[in-house]
Write a protein that binds this ligand. Structure first.
Ligand SMILES: Nc1ncnc2c1ncn2[C@@H]1O[C@H](COP(=O)(O)OP(=O)(O)OP(=O)(O)O)[C@@H](O)[C@H]1O
Ligand SMILES: [Mg+2]
Length: 373
């Protein structure tokens, strides 16, 4: 019986992990329900009323689902319960009620993410060639479509390197996007930008304002062209029209904003107008903004802009305030000892709650890579 109950036919390891997890989950639910319910339920009865628990692993046992039968008695309990401690090497990545509300589902995955490491650019390109066009990979498990992006993390958390890995992927798209670079610290990204798009790389605040203006004007031009396409097909976007994407990357966004704040009101208003328009209209037209900064402070990046950055990443060890401002409120963040390039992300419409991810370790010369195109 044990053998079949724990699916021993899928292998002994499967059965043992299954059995162990099941035991811990039952204990946990028992304990939690004794806190939730009143004394009128005697011990025996409580055991009898344990909800139905199902554990399913995927083939490689890297992720799976715990499905627990829902009932009025357990409804609130299931929502509040953090089952991660019963999952051993796994952590919960998403939790939700099934559509029919009959069960509560916890999706889990192995706690250690397999951070990809590339010793040379060839291997990186090979993985790029296996992606669906227009899609960016983060690691083995996580892929996202090109979109407005926010990357947050304290200094040294690997933001710029994460950005490199995304830029290198753009360079391997079948239609390579036009990339604009703004690096107010004139550091490494500036140099990378100069070798990719020399005339679209800016360092000083004035240059960046001008770059923003050019990006905005290019978008306006496309907006006019798009009218015709849109008349033919309402919900189409730049990909359907066979047009190239444009991506504007602003690293160290807070330094840029703090310099902008010292400029005249006319310029400040213009910058705001550009940013707002690009973020609101960009997706359909294929104009995307990637903002990189240390803290997603609402004084620097207004909430209405931040909310429209669809792909959000927080790298490294971050404060609760950083998580809150980036992701709004979430009860149980899968926080861990994040190293460089590792952290949490959300993508509106794809993730229900922040997910663990790790950007690849790049052990090759980035500058050489962008030059060998
Ligand atoms: N994915 C990675 N692959 C290889 N090295 C990395 C990676 N991420 C970070 N590093 C190393 O850590 C250093 C700091 O990373 P990075 O410059 O990306 O951090 P940052 O978040 O942009 O910091 P800052 O806010 O100071 O600009 C890099 O110079 C590099 O040596
Ligand atoms: Mg940086």
């Amino acid at each position: 019986y044990w053998f079949f109950y724990h699916k021993g036919y899928k292998g002994m390891r499967y059965a043992f992990v299954h059995a162990n997890m099941m035991r811990k989950l039952r204990l946990m639910i028992l304990e939690a329900s004794s806190k939730h319910t009143t004394q009128e339920y005697a011990g025996e009865e409580r055991v009898a009323k344990l909800p139905r628990i199902q554990i399913i692993f995927d083939d490689g046992m890297t992720r799976g689902k715990v499905i627990i039968g829902n009932s009025i008695r357990h409804h609130k309990l299931l929502e509040d319960m953090n089952i991660s401690s019963a999952l051993g090497k796994y952590i919960v990545s998403e939790q939700y009620f099934s559509d029919d509300m009959n069960t509560y589902v916890y999706e889990f995955e192995l706690a250690e993410t397999d951070q990809l490491a590339f010793k040379n650019y060839k291997d990186f390109q090979l993985l790029c060639s296996k992606q669906e066009n227009g899609t960016l990979f983060i690691d083995d498990r996580n892929r996202v479509p090109l979109h407005h992006t926010l990357i947050v993390g304290s200094t040294g958390s690997g933001k710029t390197y994460a950005t490199y890995s995304l830029i290198l992927q753009l360079l391997n798209f079948s239609t390579v996007p036009e990339i604009y670079f703004a690096d107010p610290k004139c550091s490494a990204l500036y140099v990378v930008g100069k070798s990719i798009s020399c005339d679209k790389t800016a360092g000083s605040a004035n240059e960046i304002v001008f770059l923003l203006q050019r990006f905005y004007e290019a978008m306006q031009k496309r907006e006019q062209e798009a009218q015709e396409y849109l008349n033919n097909k309402l919900d189409s976007d730049f990909k359907d029209w066979g047009l190239q994407a444009h991506v504007l990357i602003i690293d160290e966004f807070s330094s840029f904003q703090s310099v902008v704040n010292t400029l005249d009101k006319f310029t400040r208003d213009r910058v705001n107008m550009y940013l707002t328009n690009i973020i609101q209209k960009g997706r359909q037209l294929g104009f995307f903004m990637w903002i990189i900064m240390q803290k997603s402070d609402s004084k620097i990046l207004p909430t209405y802009l931040r909310d429209n950055l669809v792909f959000k990443v927080v790298l490294g060890q971050a404060t609760d305030t950083t998580y809150q401002t980036a992701f709004e409120e979430y009860a149980d963040l899968p926080k861990r000892n994040f190293q460089q390039g590792q952290g949490l992300y959300t993508f509106q419409g794809l993730t229900r709650q922040p997910k663990v991810c790790s950007f690849p370790t790049l052990k090759f010369d980035i500058l050489k890579a962008v030059r060998t195109r």
